[in-house]
Structures are given as structure tokens and as C-alpha cells.
Design a binder for this molecule. Structure first.
Ligand SMILES: Cc1cc2nc3c(=O)[nH]c(=O)nc-3n(C[C@H](O)[C@H](O)[C@H](O)COP(=O)(O)O)c2cc1C
Length: 369
């Protein structure tokens, strides 16, 4: 029986007071099944059901048409999408919750089928040899187009516009998705970025775009409502390969993030076993907690006990839970009661409709007392 639960204590995050430290991790659920890729009623219901989280971080939302890489994912670039998200944020706020939107550009993890036959954009013309989930099912990725400087500048403006739209839609903040092998992460790593201009080569150059994105976004919203997500030891998945400069690159990025007054830094422990990878950092929070001075959210593979332990040991301020939130809309209440958790069904992670989305029940009140 767990008695002291720091996960359930309030957290001051900039000017926001979170009711607890149980964060809902961003999760793509591929339910925006309309031509506009706009959220609608079922999204409102899904996020409302989970509004007792200290903070919800929405699924990745593409910042432009070019940013998309998976079928039925919602965007945050059109008026219809803003209107759809407005209903989501209103629903969550009504229930006393808080919600950030994750700003997403998949870069080379896309497919020409999404772009009228044109190639996806990336820092360099290097195929991740991965799969893209297109309207016709999974297809092999292709060699992307190396972005011109003009296209990089336009993409930064797309992030800014998306952040502006997020504010219009009533979000409490934005999370920049610079993680999991997508566009910004593709700039960081040498195996996906072989540019020779100011966006490639040195560590500083490979990290540059992230800071330009933050600088652009903070023109349209407060810095303390911007979060950044990083996954330093991602190796062998989502087309990412680590080398001896990968961790030094993340060291540089995280040190430099201290110059900003961000809402938080959201880090993932390794997604897979990297014990045999010489360049990988095996303990992300242990390395970066002392380095990062602001609010730190940690993620990946946590249960209730380990989440409480990490906060108690000062390794993180809050813990983001992904899959447990899929099948336990009342995860916070279950933690509070030390109640058992329901299992998630992987088969319905990305399928259309309410099944496996809004039909996971809360624990009945009788079981809670
Ligand atoms: C169905 C599903 C969709 C996901 N989509 C996203 C996403 O849109 N953005 C993101 O940063 N991470 C995404 N992730 C990763 C999660 O945020 C999280 O890092 C991962 O599930 C590990 O945490 P967990 O062990 O608590 O589930 C996704 C994970 C799952 C299971």
C-alpha cells in the first residue's frame, strides 16, 4: 500500500497551478475522421473524461498540411480545426482541467500520398526506412526532399501560426514536439542531418531550429506556457540512430533551454533497451535533472510506485503517463485509491470511432469507497 503520494500534490508550473503531478502524455489516436482533420464530439468526450490529470498534453497536431504523416490526425492550422479544438478546451476547462496542445511536424516520417505526390520535407535527403500510415494503409517511407532555407523559415512561421491558433482555441499552452524521430529531432541527429549550412554540421547548428521555433512562438504567447519534449536516447526506432555526438547535442540543448522561462521540459527515459548501445544515456532523469533548472516532466514506462519514487527522490517534478491513460480515464482517482488499473487494448489505439477511445469505464463509485 502506497501512503505518501507526491504524484497527488499540487504543482506550480509558471503561473498555472496544477492540481496534481499526474500528466497525460501526448498520444495520437487517429480519430479525426473528416476531410478537415478537425477534432469533433468524440475528442471532446475523450479529453473531458481525462480532465482530472494535472495537465493533459494533447495528441500531436500538425502545424501545416506539409507536417502530416499519419491518417486521421488532427491539425491546428485551419479555422475548422481551431473551432473543433475550442470545444475540447472548453470541455476540459469546465471540468477544472488544464490542456496544452502538442505542435507536430513529422518531417521525413511522411509519404508522398499526403502531399499530392510530392516528397515530404526533412533536413537532409535521407530515407528513415520506416513506415508511414497513409489512407491506403502502411507504406514504406521514401527519400525526402532536403528543405531549402526558405522552407525552414516558412516552417518556423508555421509553428508560430499554429501557436497563435492554439491560443485562439483556448489551450493553456503548447508543447513543441522535438522528440521521437520527427522533424526537429531529425535536425538534431547527425545520421538524419548532413547539411552544410547554418542548420547542420556543428551541435549548435543542428540545434538551431528548435531555438528559432521557441523564439517565434514566444512572440505570440507567454514563454511560461511553452513546453519542449525531447527523447535523447531514442535509438533503432522511428528511423533514429545515435552516435557519439547525440548525447552531447542534447546536453547543449538542455543547458541552453535554461535561458528560457519555459512551462516545462518533458523528457523520455529510453523507449527500448539501450544497455548495449555505447553512446546512449541509460538514465535520462538522473543525467538531466541536475542540468535543467526549470520544471521537469519525466515519461515512459512509469507505474504509480516508480512515479511517486522519482518525485520523492527529486528526479522529476511530474510524471507523464501514456498508455495507462488510454484505458484509465480516471487514472488520478485510481492512484488516490490505490485501485487496480485496467489494461489497454493495443488493437484500438489508432482505429476510428469510440471503441477503445471513449468506452473505457471509470471505476464505479462503490468500488472507490
Ligand atoms: C497510441 C500512442 C500514441 C502516441 N502518440 C504520441 C504523440 O502524438 N506524440 C508524442 O510525443 N508521443 C506519442 N506517444 C508516446 C507517448 O507519449 C509516451 O511517450 C509513450 O506511450 C510511453 O509512455 P507510457 O509508457 O506511459 O505509455 C504515443 C504513444 C502511444 C501508445
Amino acid at each position: 500500500m502506497i501512503t505518501r503520494q507526491p504524484l497527488l500534490e499540487k504543482l506550480q508550473m509558471g503561473d498555472l497551478e496544477l492540481q496534481n503531478r499526474v500528466i497525460m502524455a501526448p498520444m495520437t489516436r487517429s480519430r479525426a475522421t473528416n476531410p478537415e482533420n478537425a477534432p469533433f464530439d468524440i475528442h471532446v468526450k475523450y479529453y473531458k473524461q481525462r480532465s482530472s490529470a494535472g495537465l493533459i498534453i494533447s495528441e500531436g497536431a500538425q502545424i501545416s498540411k506539409k507536417a502530416v504523416g499519419y491518417v486521421n490526425t488532427p491539425g491546428i492550422y485551419s479555422d475548422a480545426q481551431v473551432e473543433g479544438w475550442k470545444k475540447v478546451t472548453e470541455g476540459v476547462h469546465e471540468k477544472g482541467g488544464k490542456i496544452f496542445i502538442q505542435l507536430w511536424h513529422v518531417g521525413r516520417m511522411s509519404h508522398p500520398d499526403f502531399h499530392g505526390g510530392e516528397l515530404p520535407h526533412a533536413p537532409s535527403a535521407i530515407n528513415p526506412h520506416s513506415k508511414s500510415f497513409t489512407p491506403e494503409g502502411f507504406k514504406d517511407t521514401e527519400t525526402p526532399k532536403e528543405m531549402s532555407i526558405e522552407e525552414i523559415k516558412q516552417t518556423i512561421l508555421d509553428y508560430k501560426k499554429a501557436a497563435e491558433n492554439a491560443m485562439k482555441a483556448g489551450f493553456d499552452g503548447v508543447e513543441i514536439h522535438s522528440s521521437n524521430g520527427y522533424l526537429l529531432h531529425q535536425f538534431f541527429n547527425r545520421t538524419s542531418n548532413v547539411r552544410t549550412d547554418e542548420y547542420g554540421g556543428s551541435i549548435e547548428n543542428r540545434a538551431r531550429i528548435l531555438f528559432e521555433v521557441i523564439d517565434a512562438i514566444k512572440e505570440v504567447m507567454p514563454e511560461n506556457r511553452i513546453g519542449v519534449r525531447l527523447n535523447p536516447s531514442l535509438h533503432g526506432i522511428f528511423g533514429m540512430t545515435m552516435d557519439e555526438e547525440t548525447i552531447p547535442t542534447f546536453d547543449y540543448i538542455i543547458e541552453k533551454l535554461n535561458q528560457y522561462n519555459l512551462a516545462y521540459l518533458h523528457l523520455s527515459e529510453p523507449f527500448n533497451d539501450v544497455s548495449e548501445i555505447p553512446y546512449a544515456e541509460k538514465e535520462i532523469a538522473k543525467r538531466y535533472r541536475p542540468m535543467y533548472k526549470g520544471t521537469l516532466i519525466i515519461n515512459a514506462g512509469f507505474d504509480q510506485e516508480r512515479g511517486n519514487q522519482f518525485i520523492l527522490e527529486g528526479l522529476a517534478d511530474a510524471v507523464a503517463y501514456g498508455k495507462p491513460f488510454i484505458s484509465n480515464p480516471d487514472l488520478v482517482e485510481r492512484f488516490a485509491e490505490n485501485a487496480p488499473l485496467a489494461e489497454w487494448d493495443q488493437a484500438t489505439f489508432y482505429t476510428p470511432g469510440e471503441k477503445g477511445y471513449t468506452d473505457y469505464p471509470k471505476l464505479s463509485v462503490s468500488k472507490l469507497v
